[in-house]
Design a protein around this ligand. Structure first.
Ligand SMILES: Nc1ncnc2c1ncn2[C@@H]1O[C@H](COP(=O)(O)OP(=O)(O)O)[C@@H](O)[C@H]1O
Ligand SMILES: [Mg+2]
Length: 361
């Protein structure tokens, strides 16, 4: 208990930390809300260094990006305090604190009067989330991507994810390959399209941009009263990438009719009303800065990121569940099947999805 407060006290807070509450949401970092003697609140987070192996590079990315966004908000006359994260240095001027066990901690201002959703309740909410992520990319459109470190190399390199699948299949470490022939066949049938995004990025047809890479609903803080998006958070995976990554992952997760591990596949499909709403918000938030090639590739982007995620779940199942946390033995397989069902549904709905995005050319 006192440990958390002792760590908080290492930072240059405006008054002494007096109590704290552990945040029950979030899956990657350990997050604590810190309450101080004079009423200030802060967020204290332990960086997950087994996922993010370069905390210096990571913090450099986040600070560069949030400072850039601050300037943009200021120039537009917006609310700089609430519109982006503000980091607090340690008392000796470092951007994070390393405890005696090697744990890395950072602190930032708590944004008040906000809520976060775990799942989109309506197309209306999903549209405003899309607008917020689109705006985030817009604010960073002129940020020099070469200043960014790749915090997780090859994060959305789908061909590399395919190769990892082939290696897992070959090694068959958990002895499970024989029991999942249909899922393996599904991945192999889709091998050719795995390079859809990478090929276009390498050819320069799809530009490199600063991307968020974790565009889940719960990474947007919304105003408690107005419901409007206030702040994009969880910036650890901000990296150079393609707009298709952010759009794709948001659709994969947020436009699905069911949870990621729903096993009744009849219940799993892509909701077109949600796709349309997010597309409207996201493209609108980018305010004309998307190229026609990017807009036209958005539906395929959503399908490829969904396929990639399914491949990652199946790979982990073959490896014996070494990466994704599971609550029962076949959960990764269930997740993979669920994602593949979404891919099939998106394949069928591709003409409608294309018709939707073409309206924005
Ligand atoms: N500045 C902030 N103000 C208020 N709440 C926050 C703030 N930052 C994070 N949170 C809350 O903490 C949760 C976890 O933070 P996040 O950075 O998303 O960590 P994780 O990587 O574990 O998802 C968020 O979903 C949000 O509810
Ligand atoms: Mg988060």
């Amino acid at each position: 208990m006192t440990d958390v407060l002792n760590i908080a006290a290492q930072f240059d807070l405006r008054s002494a930390p007096s109590s704290y509450r552990e945040c029950s949401e979030g899956h990657i970092n350990g997050t604590y809300f810190i309450y101080c003697e004079k009423g200030e609140r802060y967020v204290l987070q332990r960086i997950n260094t087994s996922v993010f192996k370069d905390p210096d590079g990571l913090m450099k990315n986040i600070i560069g990006v949030t400072e850039h966004i601050s300037k943009k908000i200021e120039a537009a006359g917006g609310d700089v305090k609430r519109g982006t994260l503000h980091f607090i240095s340690t008392k000796d001027g470092s951007v994070y604190y390393r405890d005696e066990n090697g744990g890395c901690w950072r602190a930032y201002e708590y944004v008040r009067n906000v809520v976060g959703y775990q799942s989109a309740e309506s197309p209306k909410v999903f549209e405003s989330v899309g607008r917020a992520f689109g705006k985030f990319q817009m604010q960073l459109a002129d940020y020099d991507v070469t200043r960014l470190v790749e915090t997780i190399p090859d994060f959305h390199n789908t061909p590399a994810r395919y190769r990892a699948f082939e290696e897992a299949l070959c090694a068959n470490a958990a002895g499970r390959a024989e029991s999942v022939p249909d899922e393996i066949a599904f991945v192999k049938e889709h091998r050719v399209i795995c390079s859809y995004i990478m090929d276009r990025m390498e050819a320069g047809v799809i530009p490199r941009r600063v991307t968020h890479n974790d565009t889940k609903l719960n990474n947007i803080l919304l105003d408690k009263v107005t419901g409007k998006p206030v702040c994009v958070i969880d910036l650890d995976t901000v990296m150079p990438g393609s707009v298709l990554f952010d759009f794709g992952d948001a659709i994969r997760f947020g436009a699905s009719s069911a949870a990621e591990d729903e096993t009744d596949l009849d219940l799993v499909y892509m909701r077109e009303d949600m796709f349309n709403a997010f597309a409207r918000g996201f493209i609108g938030g980018l305010d004309g800065s998307l190229t026609d090639m990017e807009i036209l590739a958005l539906p395929m982007g959503a399908m490829i990121i969904t396929l990639e995620t399914g491949i990652r779940f199946l790979t982990d199942y073959l490896n014996g569940d070494t990466y994704f946390r599971i609550h029962y033995p076949t959960q990764n397989l269930d997740r993979a099947r669920n994602q593949f069902k979404l891919v099939l549904d998106m394949e069928q709905k591709m003409p409608q999805m294309l018709a939707t995005v073409k309206k924005y050319l």
